[in-house]
Write a protein of this length. Structure first.
Length: 195
């Protein structure tokens, strides 16, 4: 993350994202596929690491193999197979939805994962119980732990959507877009920008 100043001199936290150039690798239509959408490819992939069916898919679009393919329904701009889509489809002041995979944090306890306070003081004979979850279920009825009980477990590494992120600045010559605030995922991860 970085920061920039707006016209009023206010410091705004920002994230710089490389948004393209993306290549149209497939155009889906109602007649052939049952729905209308376009498929965009981003990133580079070695030819030797690309499966043969995907090589033919990219050859139709007259482009090199791409590492990531994403479909977009209701695409506003009319595009053809092999066209390049850049940051010029966005304008400053737009509000976007950003979809990404959050940082994986591994197996975490209830204090970190759910904000539990722990059992309490360390007096009265307790030993190493400050971060324990406490009691889990009822007694002889229902004699089980209900589904969805907040417990320790794997945290992070899930699909996250953050809505209404403002576009602060667009740098078309470098294919960069400056977004207000943070986006999900670590540095270098791939995210999806939707209007």
């Amino acid at each position: 993350m970085t920061s920039t100043f707006n016209a009023d001199g206010k410091n705004i936290p920002c994230t710089i994202v490389q948004a393209g150039p993306c290549v149209v690798t497939q155009v889906k239509t109602e007649d052939k596929d049952g729905y209308s959408a376009i498929q965009l490819g981003f990133g580079e992939r070695k030819e030797k690491n690309t499966p043969a069916p995907m090589k033919g898919h990219f050859k139709k679009a007259k482009t090199t193999p791409k590492s990531r393919l994403v479909e977009f329904k209701n695409f506003e701009i009319d595009v053809k197979l092999g066209d390049q889509v850049g940051v010029d489809i966005f304008t400053e002041g737009d509000f976007l939805s950003v979809v990404g995979t959050s940082k994986g944090k591994g197996f975490q306890g209830v204090v970190k994962r759910h904000g539990f306070a722990g059992v309490g003081q360390s007096t009265h004979g307790q030993h190493d119980r400050a971060r324990a979850p406490g009691s889990l279920g009822a007694s002889s009825f229902p004699s089980r732990v209900f589904k969805g009980m907040r417990m320790a477990g794997q945290m992070g590494n899930g699909r996250v959507t953050i809505e209404n992120i403002e576009v602060v600045k667009i740098l078309p010559e470098q294919s960069l877009i400056v977004l207000k605030g943070s986006v999900p995922g670590p540095k270098g991860s791939i995210i999806i920008l939707e209007k």
